[in-house]
Design a protein around this ligand. Structure first.
Ligand code: GLA
Ligand code: GLA
Length: 685
């Protein structure tokens, strides 16, 4: 299970240990004249802000030329913040190299697959593997760490910013060199590389490591294992960069925790955060609401996965938005109540810090239309009032701070490598979307009011009664053994189409699909049968399938057919199967059903595993429940997902936050539209 290296949380310089939530924002005072700073601190105190992330994009200001430094302004604002009782999550300031550096050293600029230079003018225009960039960046990190080591405002270090947001894939000569080193370390020798990459195909055999390149623009599909390894390498290269900054920081300030902001969100998939988590003292995440019918489910999904990447322990919501962003095609403002609800949904999934991008909305620059805690309209605004109200809510919730996530009985297995590999080119369909399939399953859990932990591959599964592993495409022999042992130990496993297809080298398992899961599932598939865009199939349970079907042959007498195709080429053949195995079982869903179609299927599988909802029937689907706590006390976060009030008969506890009254047997709780109520309850009631 991935988890942070130490789980040291923000320093509390006054030695105070009373539980509290951190609350604040990215703060960019260098965009504003000094007079504004004083107003900022007054307003921060008014809103309950107690932490800011500072200097994220300040390299050019701090080091205006290679040999000059300007720390006066930063010293002053650090002091002012400290006097105001506000802690600083201080950035290493390396996110955006200044023009003097890129002019003197254009060899630090990333290169695209087709050989174009990624020019400066925006941000994050640097190669993770550039020794020249690293030398300059680490010099800055060293200087920052030495200067602020003893500053009382410093509560944590914030490495760079959203590593890989814009620079995850670099195909430069530096990247080529580093890729070869990475391959030498992985494979040892060329024979092993040639065999793993299947270079007997298309005359790709290498006779010298120097011949190996990143998968640059090629005449046809580049070698798929080369592509998969390049994704692994690219994630690792940024992780190694993160480690390089961290080593400087922990050498100079061993007592200050180090973090960096992940982007567990939507289709951001290049960074394997499950693998990065062990390199930070606490996990931080950035999340922005993505428009669409599943937007709230997606928020919950991301927060849930982040919490489990953090090993169930508290994590830091480093950025989200008070209202609209500026980078979607159409940027929707949040409705009343959404600011607090979205924040508290992260808290429900284990966040102990709630921070926004950014404190004061910029007047200039590419993000001037991005919302902030203090909008263009100023403090006399609905947004700032909502921000202040949330600060007060977080104070009410303080007793819940520090509580870990309480594990659910069901889990959804999430695997970056399957995400990467299942969406590569030259596959049976180019339409498969790994995260969407996982999200649809999660939406089905939410619709049924059943909690599920979204856990990264490698997490211990034994504690879960049911595990859904959608599109578990990459199935190394070890993992197949683990899953088999899980089922034989009484676990209920559910998997889907295009699972168990390849090993870690992206070589197909032979003898019929799904490879090493065939016997467990009691099925065999000889050929995939993906559907065209306008093709659908019907099932005898009333559901409609899209994207994919399989021609399934049952190979064991005890396999139950839960649904059969009633149209298309597979009409009359099994669509969904389940094979009991002692007290456990293994089920297979061969088509894409979407959230709605999956809900009744999941209901049946949960019932067979003996898992029910902890919510009253009338609230299921309308309310999300997340639980934090260990020991004798737990905290129930009840999040109204709808625009209507929702009654919760039978749900009892002390109301920590939310409408007062209610929460007793005779006086049921009523959640406000988009409202969140938090109850303190004895554990396991
Ligand atoms: C990311 C970045 C911030 C800002 C926001 C805008 O999270 O880290 O600097 O650009 O996006 O949504
Ligand atoms: C062409 C090529 C073959 C093979 C097939 C695949 O015909 O000559 O090598 O790639 O396409 O359809």
């Amino acid at each position: 299970m991935s988890r942070a290296r130490s789980h040291r949380w923000l320093r509390r310089p006054n030695g105070d240990t009373t539980p509290r939530f951190a609350y604040g924002a990215d703060y960019n005072p260098d965009q504003w004249p000094r007079e504004v700073w004083h107003e900022d601190i007054r307003l921060m105190r008014e809103a309950g802000v107690n932490v800011v992330s500072l200097a994220i994009f300040s390299w050019a200001r701090i080091q205006p030329t290679e040999d000059t430094w300007d720390f006066g302004w930063l010293d002053e604002i650090m002091d002012l913040l400290h006097e105001g009782g506000i802690g600083v999550d201080l950035a290493t300031a390396t996110a955006s190299p200044p023009p003097w550096l890129t002019t003197a050293h254009p060899e630090i600029l990333p290169v695209t697959a087709s050989g174009e230079t990624v020019w400066p003018g925006a941000r994050q225009h640097w190669r993770p593997t550039s020794p020249v960039f690293r030398e300059h960046a680490l010099r800055l990190v060293t200087t920052m760490a030495e200067r602020y080591a003893g500053h009382p405002a410093l509560v944590a270090w914030h490495i760079s910013n959203e590593l890989g947001c814009h620079n995850i894939y670099d195909y430069s000569d530096d990247a080529a060199r580093a890729f070869r080193d990475w391959l030498r370390a992985r494979y040892g020798d060329l024979d092993a590389l040639n065999s793993a990459w299947g270079t007997a195909f298309w005359s790709q055999r290498y006779s010298d490591f120097e011949q190996v390149l990143p998968p640059r623009l090629a005449a046809s599909h580049p070698n798929p294992t080369q592509q998969l390894d390049f994704k692994r390498f690219s994630s690792d290269a940024l992780k190694q960069y993160l480690v390089a900054e961290r080593e400087v920081l922990t050498r100079i300030t061993p007592d200050v925790p180090v973090t960096t902001n992940f982007m567990v969100m939507g289709e951001t998939k290049g960074m394997n955060y499950a693998d990065w988590a062990a390199e930070v003292d606490f996990v931080s995440n950035d999340h922005y609401v993505l428009p669409g019918p599943q937007s709230l489910d997606e928020l919950s999904f991301s927060a849930n996965l982040t919490g489990n990447i953090a090993g169930g322990r508290p994590w830091f919501l480093m950025e989200h938005s008070t209202s609209a962003v500026n980078w979607q095609p159409i940027n929707r403002a949040k409705l009343r109540g959404e600011l607090a609800r979205d924040s508290l949904l992260h808290v429900a999934h284990g966040a102990d810090a709630v921070c926004f991008f950014q404190w004061r909305q910029s007047a200039a620059g590419a993000e001037k239309y991005h919302s902030a805690m203090v909008p263009h309209a100023g403090a006399d605004s609905a947004v700032f009032r909502a921000v202040s109200a949330l600060g007060a809510t977080l104070r009410d919730l303080a007793p819940a701070a520090g509580a870990p996530r309480r594990p659910a009985r069901a889990a959804l297995l999430f695997d970056w490598e399957s995400w990467w590999a299942s969406e590569q080119d030259s596959h049976p369909t180019s339409r498969l979307r790994y995260r969407q399939e996982a999200l649809d399953w999660y939406s089905a859990f939410l619709a049924l009011g059943v909690r599920a932990d979204i856990v990264p591959r490698g997490a211990a599964l034994e504690g879960y009664d049911l595990v859904v592993a959608p599109v578990l495409h990459v199935l190394p022999a070890e993992l197949a053994k683990e899953l088999t042992a899980y089922v034989e130990g009484g676990g209920h496993l559910v998997t889907t189409y295009f699972s168990g297809i390849v090993d870690e080298n992206d070589h197909a398992w032979l003898g019929g699909y799904p490879g090493p899961l065939r016997d467990l599932l009691g099925i065999r598939i000889e050929e995939f049968a993906p559907l065209l865009d306008d093709e659908t199939v019907t099932l005898d349970n009333g559901a409609t399938g899209t994207l994919w079907t399989d021609e399934i042959t049952l190979t064991a007498p005890d396999v139950e057919v839960l649904a059969t195709y009633t149209s298309g080429a597979q009409a009359g053949r099994p669509a969904i199967t389940r094979r009991p195995a002692g007290p456990g079982s293994a089920a297979y869903v061969s088509t894409r059903l979407g959230a709605q179609g999956l809900t009744p299927v999941l209901a049946r599988l949960l019932a067979a595993a003996g898992i029910g909802s902890e919510l009253p029937e009338e609230a299921r689907g309308h309310v999300e429940l997340a639980v934090r706590g260990d020991g004798d006390t737990e905290f129930w976060f009840l999040v109204n997902r709808t625009d209507e009030p929702v009654r919760l008969p039978g749900v009892t506890g002390d109301v920590l936050s939310g409408p007062t009254g209610g929460g007793t047997a005779d006086d049921p709780l009523v959640l406000h539209p988009r409202g969140v109520t938090v109850l303190r309850r004895p554990a396991g009631r």
